[in-house]
Design a protein around this ligand. Sequence first.
Ligand code: DGJ
Length: 738
Amino acid sequence: MSLITEEEGVFHLRGQYSSYVFYVLNDGRVMHLYWGAGIREINLDSLISQFFRGDSFNGRNTDFDGMLDSFPSEYPTYGTSDFRTPAIEVENIDGSSIVDLRFQKYNIFKGKKKLVGLPGVYTESDNEAETLELTLIDNISKLEVVLSYSIFENSDVIIRSVKLNNKGKSNIKINRVLSTSVDLKENSMEMIQLSGSWARERRMFREKLLPGSRIIDSTRGESSHQQSPFIALVDKNTTEYEGRVYGFSFVYSGNFIAQADLDQFGTTRILMGINPFDFNWTLKPGESFQAPEVAMLFTGKGLHGLSSQYHNIYSKRLARGVFRDKERPILINNWEATYFTFNSKKIIEIASKASEAGIELFVLDDGWFGHRDSDNSSLGDWFSDTKKLPEGIAGLSDMVNKKGIKFGIWVEPEMISVDSELYKRNPDWCIHVPNRDRTEIRNQLVLDITREDVRNYIFDILFKLFSGSNISYVKWDMNRPLTEMGSSKLPAFRQREFIHRYNLGLYDLMDRVTTAFPNILFESCSGGGARFDAGMMYYMPQAWVSDNMDPLDRLKNQWSTSYVFPPIMMGAHVCSSPNHLSGRVTPLKTRAAVAMSGAFGYELDITKLSEDEVLEIKEQVEFFKLVRGVVQFGEFYRYLSPYENDAASWGFINVEKSEAFVMYTVTEREANQEIQTLKLYGLDLTADYLVIEGYEEGLKGRNGKGVVLGGDFLMNCGLRVPDSSCPLDSFVWRLFSI
Ligand code: DGJ
């Protein structure tokens, strides 16, 4: 059956277990009718009558004759009696703000188009998806609005985006163009948002919606540490494995808004798109504007249902390149080991000790270029500091490779320090507004990558660096938000286009660089997790979750990040103890258990550890190599939430359900603690599993000592968790079906 059907004006998008329905009225208005669990046949009259008051409904070929304030609109506008938040807002040539969109035409086709210059979910063959393009027009201004919906086989994900075409003869100033808006006939939903701060990114908050608006957004030029471009609406009783969830994830890295409005009639309107604050875009006659994509989905299978579908689509049809399907190398990064104070001798010592422990990649972080001994200089001067590294990056990468370990490097290409050769040569290349101060954050300014000449310069210098040495991995950092936003190359009337143009420039640059180096693994980073978003994942298949590696804090962060992003996309490292940010002392095994739930690595001075600790690391590395496939390509299950319990647990199960890896961390411990049991989820109920606890036995695989328990037993009676022997203890299990 087709995924998208149209019958007498009724459009039905059929997900695997969901339906999304709207209807074109006689007057050309497009009415949203339903989004939720799958419906076989739509009884149109019955459904539309639910939105007409009194007896104003005259059958299917009707006009809407009431106030639009109660009209569930597929793309709400302003100025014609819908007083709620619109999806689009413009300034017409006559100064008015009215937009009145009416149906013009539609097109349904197999596959999905690529958005020019923007990240997006893709298909590998046209049979994987179907797309509907619905064209609406304002008959006075001739602004054409093309709503695009793509729906995938065996999935409930709908990718929505919007394109504007100015078909008129006058300029239209676009003040707001959101990528999606859905009017749900729901009046008592709770909203989940992921909010926080630097080193405390993406904490989960869940609150009931009240009449009025709930808004989360970013005005920082990046998706931000403070808010994440994702929200979910859930019922009060929705849990991990049961209940309804509506998810919205923005495939974009700049300023965004996500909003849920509960109106006077008990309708909830959800909007998501580019933040209209400090934004406008002038569309000249004949010009178009493409708004980024939102990946929306409905599931009746709880928060696990939500994340399982996001993981699937983001890991297979958003991430690209050879690393999409490859196990990620176990790395060691020198940032918290040395900060800016190192030389090649120190680097070789770390790399060599790491290599002996089985670690596969050494990453040289900040401080290797110009004369960068602190964060107040040299950004932009991407040539090596010969005082620290006399052999240069080419020589150093060779030396590191000779120790049997790959070499990776940190760069922050979007930035410029005032104390740099680049700034001396091009003081006007940074983002600034003439005659105003240039605000330095972390002692640095940002390059104006809306300019093609600046992008070309950055590309050339990165090209030389990456092609001149044996570089297998690049960490692309971005350590400050944007200020004094504006470009010397834009006319005054286009200055508010700047922030979006910055992100378009970034996407262009990343596309060129990653295409030129398909065999380099790129990891994005933004002072930790300020750009942990689906936009970045299109170019770089993994991202640094947070600068905070404290395992207890990470449990919360990784738990809620996993609502949208699969563990393979999360850079997760073992830090030293006490942790440099929280000061907390934690066992090495617990730091490893938490970091193993992602793109695993270490970020400590391995040369300063005791022999016993190095042996422990060796065992962890060997162990992780055995479970890496299940962790990075299996299905992820959250078992015990760190937000609600004195312990946290999650697990990974391979597609065949024949192998699993489970971790459990104690987050609080009392004397004479209650006995802990852990109920698993996602196993084969009919299979028996050999359950092996601990690294030592786990290393023996199916020959390890363990206990045999049924999948049904593990899921219903649960697993006895050993008594913990120290505070913040942790346990790992490998499961094999027998
Ligand atoms: C911020 C990153 O998140 C850190 O891991 C490190 O790379 C520093 N920047 C270096 O300046």
